[in-house]
Ligand binder design. Structure first.
Ligand code: NAD
Length: 334
C-alpha cells in the first residue's frame, strides 16, 4: 500500500524501513506534522501514517478524504490527536499500536521519579564542574512511601508492580479497576488517592473527563510536598495550577514527559531559538522539576514493535478490510 508517513524523524525512517523489508509497502516520508495546512501532501495516498503531535481535526480529515485517504495508521497507543467522529463520517478507518512496550513508559516514569528523589540531574551537572558539595542534594527514600496511580491499564499496572517492589504502599484510581493489579494495589476514590499519596503518577488516557484532571482543586487536595509525575498526556495537568503549586511548595517535585502545548516544542531542536511559551519557560526554571520531551516510549524495543505493528495494521486492513487494532468511535480506551 502507498503510505504517506508524517512527522518523520531519522529514527522513524530507520525502524520503519528495516521492518518494511518484510512488508513491501510503498512508504513516502514527510518531515512536517500532519495538520490542515499540510494535509494536501497526502493527495493520492490511500493511507497516512501519523504520530502523537499530528493534528487530525475535522478540517484535516476532510482534506485527507478529498485526496483519497481511507486509512489513518497512528504509530501510537493514544489517539486523542484524531477526531474519530470526523473520521467515521468520512468513511476513514483508524488503526493504532495499542501496546508496543508498556515497560518502556513505566520504566521512564520510574527514571523520572528517581532523578527527582535523588536530585540526579543536579548532581550530574555539579560533579561535571568539579563541585562535590552535597548542599541542595538531600533526597528522600522511596521505600515506605505511598504511591497513587491514576489509571491502571497496561502502563499503570507495570508501574504498580515496580513500585511495590520498592516497598511502597500502592493506591490506585481507575474507572475500570484492573484485576491483574489486585495483589499489590488498593483501589480508592481520586480524592482519597490525592489526599494520601506521597507520589502521584498519571497513566490514564486524555479524554474529556481527564482533561485538567489535575487542576487547582486537585493540587490543593494533595499532600504537602507531593511528588507528581505525568508520562501520559500533557493536558491531563493544568500547567498554570501546577506552577502555583510549585511556587507555594505544595508540589515538592514534578516530573513530566508530556506537556499541554508540546506540539510547538517537542521532537525538534530549538536550542538556537527563543522559547516563546512562557508557561513552559516558567516550569523549566524550578530546581525541583525535570522535563523530558515525550521520550518515554523511545527505546529500541518499542520502536521495533511500533514499526512492526503499524505495518501489519496497514497490511491487514489492505488485504482483509479489517484489523484487530481498529479504533472504535466510542472513545473508551487511550
Ligand atoms: P490503557 O488503555 O491500557 O490504560 C489506561 C487506563 O486508564 C485504563 O485502565 C482505563 O480504565 C483508565 N482510565 C480511563 N479513564 C480514566 C479516568 N477518568 N480516571 C482514571 N482512570 C481512567 O493505556 P496504557 O497503554 O496504559 O497507556 C496510558 C496512557 O499513556 C495512554 O493513554 C497514552 O496517553 C500514554 N502514553 C504515553 C507515552 C509516552 O511516550 N509518554 C507512550 C505511550 C502511552
Amino acid at each position: 500500500m502507498k503510505v504517506a508517513v508524517f512527522s518523520t524523524k531519522s529514527y522513524d525512517r530507520q525502524f520503519l524501513e528495516a521492518v518494511n523489508a518484510g512488508y513491501r509497502h510503498d512508504l513516502v516520508f514527510f518531515e512536517p506534522r500532519l495538520t490542515r495546512a499540510t494535509a494536501s501532501l497526502a493527495q493520492g495516498f490511500p493511507t497516512v501514517c501519523v504520530f502523537v503531535n499530528d493534528e487530525l481535526d475535522a478540517d484535516a480529515i476532510a482534506l485527507l478524504a478529498a485526496g483519497g485517504t481511507r486509512l489513518v495508521a497512528t504509530r501510537s497507543a493514544g489517539f486523542n490527536h484524531i477526531d474519530l467522529d470526523a473520521a467515521e463520517r468520512a468513511g476513514m478507518a483508524v488503526v493504532r499500536v495499542p501496546a508496543y512496550s508498556p515497560h518502556a513508559v513505566a520504566e521512564h516514569t520510574v527514571a523520572l521519579l528517581l532523578a527527582l528523589a535523588r536530585r540526579i540531574y543536579r548532581a550530574y551537572n555539579r560533579v561535571h564542574e568539579g563541585n562535590f558539595s552535597l548542599e541542595g542534594l538531600l533526597g528522600l527514600d522511596i521505600c515506605g512511601k505511598t504511591v497513587g496511580i491514576v489509571g491502571t491499564g497496561r502502563i499503570g499496572a507495570i508501574v504498580a508492580r515496580i513500585m511495590h517492589g520498592f516497598g511502597c504502599e500502592i493506591l490506585a484510581h481507575d474507572v475500570r479497576p484492573n484485576p491483574d493489579c489486585a495483589e499489590c494495589v488498593r483501589y480508592v476514590s481520586l480524592d482519597e488517592l490525592l489526599a494520601r499519596s506521597d507520589i502521584v503518577t498519571l497513566h490514564c488516557p486524555l479524554t474529556p473527563e481527564t482533561h485538567h484532571l489535575i487542576d487547582a482543586g486537585a493540587v490543593s487536595r494533595m499532600k504537602d510536598g507531593v511528588l507528581l509525575l505525568n508520562t501520559s498526556r500533557g493536558p491531563i495537568i493544568d500547567s498554570l495550577a501546577v506552577i502555583e503549586g510549585l511556587k507555594s511548595g505544595k508540589i515538592g517535585y514534578l516530573g513530566l514527559d508530556v506537556y499541554e502545548e508540546e506540539e510547538e516544542l517537542f521532537f525538534q531542536d530549538l536550542s538556537d531559538r527563543i522559547i516563546q511559551d512562557d508557561v513552559f519557560a516558567r516550569l523549566e526554571v524550578f530546581p525541583n522539576v525535570v522535563i523530558t520531551g515525550h521520550q518515554a516510549f523511545f527505546t529500541h524495543d518499542a520502536m521495533t514493535n511500533i514499526a512492526e505493528t503499524t505495518l501489519a495494521n496497514i497490511r491487514d486492513y489492505e488485504t482483509t478490510g479489517a484489523c484487530p487494532n481498529l479504533v472504535a468511535t466510542q472513545k473508551v480506551a487511550g
